[in-house]
Design a protein. Structure first.
Length: 365
């Protein structure tokens, strides 16, 4: 990392934007090549379902189909038995979500004609077919058996919007991003104009997952922040799309005093600075006042005419939602409050099925 990128915030934002554009162009180039093949895979999955092929041709159907397609199209790849089963699952997963809307259909020549991808609402066929095949398989592995169509479509959209690699996709699936996205308590809808308020809300999470820090109890606040900075790429990934790092303990001269902002970022999508405070204690109402002061200082000192109002994000160990909501209503600054976890997020509906400490201890006796 050069000295320039460390000292010039505008230059750092430009480098981040170039990186995002490059990654976006990479995945777009790869997906253009694969789109027509994915349309064929969809149509083959549809044919298997429409023909009731597994019942019609018996238990060895996929083995025979795999061999016959390889013989008929020797130059083609992707006709393994496993892939053929994925094609069927892909069709079933998304056509089920499409049950009450227009479908992808084939014409008399067997070509795929896009009318829509069913009830994919704002996910047109181009988006579904812009996701690399390996990514589809990862999503199918997780959500086909659960029939969780909404979750599957969420990750389809995110892959296309943010240009995720398969590794990043797996990481966010493992931490149940679809259950965390946009869930922070905020005052954005009250204090930010649309559509920025919606975009800012969607960029939040609750909880944030900091498992990449490999921190364990006990730890101090300074140690956690140091670990976040040591893993800045992973931290940026967890924060979400468009965040560029500006500085830690960022110094601002306010009147005759010096103020040091915990973590300062800039979000390219919002065109706004984002002040982030990480607290290893339980949320306190006074935290909002301190964060609001930093945000006001950034608006006066750093914000330009081209920038939107600064937003704030308080990430704490835990919070009382009622107290946090009251504190947000008392502030005139657009702030979000969320928790963090150092381990992977477990949804509440699954926690009850996990053994308690007492259960484990009794098993060991």
């Amino acid at each position: 990392m050069s000295k320039l990128i460390k000292t010039d915030a505008e230059y750092a934002r430009w480098i981040h934007e170039l990186k995002e554009r490059y990654r976006s162009s990479q995945i777009k180039a790869a997906t253009r090549v694969n789109q027509e093949m994915l349309r064929f895979y969809w149509s083959l999955g549809r044919d298997i379902v429409a023909r009731d092929a597994e019942n019609k041709y018996g238990t060895g159907f996929y083995k025979h189909l795999s061999q016959d397609l390889k013989d008929a199209i020797p130059e083609a790849e992707g006709f393994s038995r496993q892939n053929l089963q994925y094609m069927k699952k892909m069709y079933l997963l998304y056509s089920h979500a499409a049950a009450n809307c227009q479908q992808l259909v084939g014409n008399s020549e067997g070509e795929i004609c896009q009318q829509a991808v069913g009830n994919l609402s704002d996910t047109p066929a181009e988006i579904l077919f812009s996701v690399p095949w390996g990514h589809h398989c990862t999503i199918i592995d997780k959500y086909f058996s659960k029939s969780d169509y909404d979750a599957a479509l969420f990750y389809v959209r995110k892959v296309v919007e943010d240009g995720w690699s398969r590794g990043v996709l797996r990481s966010f699936i493992d931490t149940n991003l679809h259950l965390r996205q946009g869930k922070a308590l905020t005052s954005f809808s009250r204090l930010l104009p649309a559509p920025n308020s919606d975009l800012a809300q969607e960029l939040t999470k609750d909880p944030y997952i900091f498992d990449f820090t490999e921190m364990t109890e006990p730890y101090k606040e300074r140690e956690l922040k140091k670990a976040l900075m040591a893993n800045i790429s992973r931290f940026l990934l967890e924060l979400g799309s468009g965040f560029a790092y500006v500085g830690q303990e960022y110094r601002l001269k306010v009147g005759h005093t010096e103020q040091f902002i915990d973590l300062l970022f800039y979000n390219i999508k919002l065109h706004a600075y984002c002040v982030i405070e990480v607290k290893t204690a339980t949320f306190g109402a006074g935290d909002i006042g301190q964060l609001g002061t930093y945000m006001t200082a950034v608006n006066h000192i750093l914000k330009t005419k081209q920038d939107n109002p600064t937003i704030g994000l308080l990430i704490c160990k835990d919070k009382d939602n009622v107290l946090a909501q009251y504190a947000l209503e008392s502030s005139s600054q657009p702030i979000g409050v969320a928790e963090f976890q150092l381990t992977k997020f477990i949804p509440d509906e699954f926690k009850s099925s996990l053994p308690s400490i007492e259960d484990i201890e009794s098993e060991l006796k």
